[in-house]
Design a protein around this ligand. Structure first.
Ligand code: UFG
Length: 327
């Protein structure tokens, strides 16, 4: 059993990681500002309210709980918002990470699992994107996640930190037991807004472009279940705690689905059509982003088990019908 500090533990991915840690016999300590996280999502261990921009608050939390490792999820994470306000993203995400790393060093915590993103690759021609693909982020969100990866690499090199970096593709779905799920307000991600449209909570969804160089003209993405992602984090932190080396690994299912295919599957799974129309492209959307997940399998023995699109949609639908948090 290890105590793990989880920044952003009340958020979407962070809360699934807390649940997976507890299920594996660890104690997740949630550190969250509740700016976008939910108090109801904190169910699997103690919580500290704090903000990474307040360096003292994270240092106090580390001193108080003496975690063996940290999982760092807390960040602003909307590509579109980052394009509109790059400074906001650089200040919050980079400063937050730096304050965390310095607090870890001061308090002698030597293991970190970091939540990075496929947005560090930007548009990429590879059919399946490996970790050594060119790093050419298209958005400030992707740029500052990449900068944090480099910051972490310097702490590894010069301070002896050991870090596992995970680059996520499109995270979706909800806890199969329905305890926690995705609840962003406002919501911008394809799967939840599509289900909101199917439920009649929004009139329709707009497909952002059908003139991409893909089979049906809509963008292709790699959707991975939040619970699969969470399990990878447990394997990653356990590797570091056992003295294993740091790593960088993609997390995705390794198969691409177009927006049209996802809309069709959703119609089947929920038993009613998703009202939609085709609109213009959204700036910054690459045509195709599909992961080569083989490194995570080699290093951690991880593979996506619940990331079949129907399973993702069923779990997301069950969660949404319950009304999310505060229902
Ligand atoms: N889409 C629509 N209409 C919508 C919303 C989305 O057609 O109303 C399309 C997008 O164009 C895209 C796909 O659905 O092709 C998925 O879009 P999301 O907004 O759900 O997700 P993104 O692919 O833009 O981004 C997500 C995460 C990022 C991460 C990226 C990596 O939000 O943090 O995946 O693949 F970097």
């Amino acid at each position: 059993m290890a105590v793990i500090l989880v920044t952003g533990g009340a958020g979407y991915v962070g809360s699934h990681a807390c649940k997976a840690l507890a299920a594996a016999g660890h104690e997740p300590v949630c550190f969250d500002s509740y700016r976008t996280g939910w108090r109801e999502a904190v169910r699997y261990g103690p919580a500290v309210e704090g903000n990474l921009l307040d360096a003292a608050s994270v240092r106090e939390a580390i001193a108080r709980f003496a975690p063996a490792a940290v999982m760092h999820f807390a960040a602003l994470s909307l590509v579109g918002e980052s394009v509109r306000d790059p400074g906001l993203y650089w200040r919050a995400n980079l400063t937050g990470a730096l304050n965390l790393l310095e607090a870890m060093r001061e308090e002698g915590v030597g293991a970190l699992v970091f939540s990075s993103t496929a947005a560090v690759y930007g548009a990429c021609d590879a059919a399946l994107i490996p970790e050594d693909a060119p790093l050419r982020p298209d958005s400030p969100y992707g740029s500052c996640k990449l900068a944090i990866e480099r910051l972490i690499a310097d702490f590894e090199r010069f301070h002896g930190l050991r870090a596992g970096v995970f680059r996520y593709f499109n995270v979706a779905g909800a806890d199969p037991e329905g305890e926690i799920g995705e609840d962003h307000r406002p919501e911008t991600h394809l799967i939840p807004i599509m289900l909101e449209a199917a439920l009649g909570r929004r009139p329709e969804i707009v497909v952002y472009g059908d003139d991409y160089p893909t089979e049906d003209g809509t963008c292709v993405r790699d959707y991975v279940h939040a619970s699969d992602l969470a399990r990878a984090h447990v394997l990653g932190v356990e590797r570091l705690l056992a003295g294993g080396e740091g790593f960088t690994a993609n997390l995705g299912a390794g198969r691409g689905l177009s927006v049209r295919e996802v809309i069709e599957r959703a119609g089947e799974v929920v038993g009613r059509p998703v009202p939609h129309r085709v609109g213009p492209r959204r700036p910054g959307d690459p045509a195709r982003l599909v992961c080569d997940p083989s490194r995570a399998r080699q290093i951690l023995g991880w593979r996506a088990e619940r990331s079949d699109i129907d399973a993702i949609l069923r779990d997301a639908w069950a969660w949404m019908r319950r009304g999310g948090y505060g229902a």
